[in-house]
Design a protein around this ligand. Sequence first.
Ligand code: ATP
Ligand code: MG
Length: 392
Amino acid sequence: MFKAFLLKYAEIGVKGKNRYLFENALVRQIESALTKVEGIFSVSKVSGRIYVTAESDFDYDEAITALTKVFGLVGICPLLQIEDNGFDDLAEQVIKYLDNMYSNKNLTFKVNARRARKNYPLTSTEINMELGSRILDAYPEMSVDVHKPDKLISVEIREKINIYSETIKGAGGMPVGTAGKAMLLLSGGIDSPVAGYMVSRRGVTLEATYFHAPPYTSERAKQKVVDLAKKVAKYSGPIKLNVVNFTDAQLFIYDKCPHDELTIIMRRYMMRIAQHFAEESGCLGLITGESIGQVASQTMQSLNATNEVCTMPVYRPVIAFDKQDIVDIAVQIDTYETSILPFEDCCTIFVAKHPVTKPNLKYIKNSEEKLGEDMEELVRKAVETVEVIWCE
Ligand code: ATP
Ligand code: MG
């Protein structure tokens, strides 16, 4: 029945002369989401509304799934599009439409007509009244409620006539491409994919860096991160994933530093290396999945020590979230099942039994200084041997 969709977007922040940038980015993201759906579609912008029209047979469920992942959309309305063959025909089609949509007619409704074409013989108010009464004649169980109807039956008179009464919830946020780019520190855990999703939802393009430590971490642990990046990419668009071999650097730190400082020092090097790639590719910030107090390396003191090496803003969208709140989002965006696969992460292998929870920055810096030029060389090597994987 549905061959077209009306896509609704929130207008907050899109008024004014930048509106077209927002709308163009949105159209681009919609087109790109639909390239993965079976069928041929055209996307058009008509007087402040966006329409998707199927130009061929298509997979309805796939189309809805793709559209509900486009940031910037708040609602997706499947449209019944009919030719204008006069009001009697319109009324008949609406009555048939309601029968197809709602087997239980115990509903309140309101007709909401809009004329984009003023040469239609009836005014909007006349359409509302007349259509309302024909619906009541056809379905006496239905009744009118103009304040809080169960179903708002929208009728748009354009070149063709659009009929719709359902809105599927969109992903919200801002279209990707309307903000800058940021570098996500992506691990195989639950939190960082959620963090990336959340920042991307504000229109930010993502790039990612993953540190692994072969052979201490397996190929499957790496594949897990690639899979997570692909899941996030369904929302954010393609993610360039930098896979950094951190083994030698980690072994060196393990060898030379007090073990209770290991995690903090490793994390500081991770931030430095991620920041290097971020600067190289024009990112405006880093993103992590850190949350206050979750583990020893995420106390306020530890975060302060880690953050000290960062010169660009670090976005930590789940900083004040409880674990369960993060899990809920992970389930919703379908990363959770992958995140809980039991493959070891590089942080979990080289850990101290009793990590400091209140690191003293002076000691940390002192330990790092002792690592000397050898460490600089290891960092350089880790950067040079980066493996790039495009995840989409
Ligand atoms: P997550 O569930 O995201 O792995 P976590 O609770 O395990 O988080 P940590 O291991 O302390 O927490 O990591 C904190 C943050 O540091 C992660 O959210 C992620 O952004 C980054 N991070 C940790 N390990 C890695 C890694 N191996 N590669 C890239 N980033 C990492
Ligand atoms: Mg982790």
